[in-house]
Design a protein around this ligand. Structure first.
Ligand code: CMP
Length: 140
């Protein structure tokens, strides 16, 4: 069945002008982009999006990083898109992410308290529904 996933092009992707490169990979894979918006995330959006990380040592730097500059929120659709986009993105740490993935090809580590890794993708259908409602409230 067709799925939807919520993707974020994080502030480091926007600042490095990698929007086109990342969106190109999503489209080249065959997924359809059905919603797209650039804005600076609010504290409320980030608290909701990262509720599961509250209390972790990187939570404050994570929220600071994600709210520091504009990001691009995207809804992508397709068969298997949730797992498929996470596969395109690569593993969390861009140093160890496989070449061929977004993080492996375009990311690197910096001496910072939070890992900056260019993109987010929902990890399950339940997360996708929850996250789409945060970033695109009321989207059917
Ligand atoms: P993501 O998996 O999209 O969502 C949680 C984010 O927290 C993750 O990307 C990284 O940006 C960051 N993160 C996760 N684990 C760590 C960690 N151990 N140290 C620093 N930052 C982390």
């Amino acid at each position: 069945t067709t799925q939807r996933t919520l993707i974020l092009l994080k502030p480091d992707a926007v600042q490095r002008s990698l929007r086109g490169e990342i969106l190109r990979r999503i489209e080249a894979k065959g997924y359809e982009i059905t919603a797209l918006a650039q804005r600076t995330a609010t504290a409320e959006e980030l608290a909701a999006h990262y509720a599961e990380h509250e209390g972790k040592p990187f939570y404050a730097p994570l929220v600071e990083y994600m709210g520091s500059a504009p990001l691009v929120a995207v809804v992508a659709e397709g068969e298997g898109v949730i797992e498929g986009f996470r596969s395109l993105a690569g593993s969390t740490n861009p140093t160890s992410a496989a070449p061929g993935t977004i993080r492996g090809d375009l990311g690197r580590e910096w001496d910072l308290p939070v890992i900056q890794n260019l993109v987010h993708g929902s990890d399950s259908p339940e997360s996708a529904a929850r996250e789409i409602e945060i970033w695109f409230p009321g989207l059917a």
